[in-house]
Design a protein around this ligand. Structure first.
Ligand code: XMP
Length: 327
């Protein structure tokens, strides 16, 4: 029967044999797969590994801290964080087309990662240390099947390639999760002591909140969405609903002006949409029938606590025809 201890032991052996005394880099996204594959490689080779986390400014509340503090504390991984929010927002200025946003975010992610990679390679050379020869990828078994099962190429799903890495990097890949399913990866993550908030995290798109602001992405709008999203997540968790929903995007209709009333005055704000979905694999999805009390709580809190939001709407569309994300 399947046993996370023996998978870990086996992978540790295998990684050590593959790497020797070379150095390795890994990109953390905040998600489960990169967190577990990175921790597994760290268990095998310790500080021969450097993990890189690109903060593109499109993360949810607390995500950077979760990686920099909780993840590092629990795994001991040597981490380099790249502060790239200004660069990303600069390139996103004035952009409203969803595909354009994805392209820009994907391109800038690769640029940011390559910059750190060059710095690390130069540092290794200058210090006479072993060269960086390997790159960790959190490829899972379903990804292998979906992409045709080839080995040695970076796993990048065609339309979901943000957060993926350039294919022409001069590295060999280490893919310790290649034979595993998501549940098994989570079990290994728990066994490795990774915080539960990361191990059980719901899917979050590589382009982050950038594709959940309908309209131009700005710092102010990100701030609004981040606050509303944090409230929704908190209330869903409190209500014990995390297991029932696949994910719940919170979407800011930033160019829509919504009229409200407060005290004796009219207010002008923006609507926000809750998009709770139930799904097995994100290929199809149904909208989750959340309890009215939970919806009411989320709506009250968001409109009370986030000044710019005066209306909360619920998306009751299945996939197909609607995708899970709005963009
Ligand atoms: P859709 O919106 O296509 O989403 O129904 C299906 C799943 O994929 C996620 N998603 C993305 N993930 N980069 C990603 O890494 C992307 O550009 C992207 N677009 C959508 C979405 O959150 C859902 O889980």
């Amino acid at each position: 029967s399947w046993n996370s201890d023996s998978v870990i032991a086996e992978q540790v052996e295998r990684i050590r044999a593959q790497v020797g005394d070379a150095r390795v880099i890994s990109a953390l996204s905040g998600g489960v797969d990169s967190a577990v594959s990175t921790a597994l490689v760290h268990k095998a080779i310790g500080d021969q590994l450097t993990a890189v986390f690109v903060d593109h400014g499109l993360l949810r509340k607390g995500e950077r801290e979760q990686v920099e503090q909780d993840y590092v504390a629990s795994t001991g991984v040597r981490l380099v964080t790249v502060d790239a929010a200004d660069t990303f927002l600069g390139h996103l200025k004035g952009v409203t087309d969803p595909e354009q946003k994805r392209k820009i975010i994907g391109r800038e992610f690769i640029r940011a990662f390559e910059k750190v990679q060059r710095e690390l390679v130069a540092e290794a050379e200058a210090s006479g240390g072993a060269p960086i020869k390997f790159l960790v990828q959190g490829t899972l078994y379903p990804d292998v099947v979906e992409s045709g099962g080839g080995t040695g190429t970076a796993n990048i799903k065609s339309h979901h390639n943000v957060g993926g890495l350039p294919e022409d990097l001069d590295f060999e890949l280490i893919e310790p999760l290649r034979t595993l399913f998501k549940d098994e990866v989570r079990a290994i993550g728990r066994e490795l002591g990774i915080p539960e908030a990361i191990v059980s995290r719901q899917p979050f798109p590589g382009p982050g909140l950038g594709i959940r602001i309908i309209g131009e992405v700005t710092r102010d709008r990100l701030e609004i969405l981040r606050d509303a999203d944090a409230i929704a997540r908190e209330e869903l968790t409190k209500a014990g609903l995390d297991g029932e929903i696949w994910q719940c995007p919170v979407v800011l209709l930033a160019d829509v002006h919504s009229v409200g009333v407060q005290g004796d005055g009219r207010t002008y704000g923006h609507p926000i949409v809750l998009r709770p979905v139930s799904s097995e694999d994100a290929m199809t999805a149904d909208w989750t029938r959340l309890p009215y009390e939970v919806l009411a709580k989320i709506s009250n809190r968001i409109t009370n606590e986030v000044r710019e939001i005066n209306r909360v709407a619920l998306d009751v569309t299945s996939k197909p025809p609607a995708t899970i994300e709005w963009e």
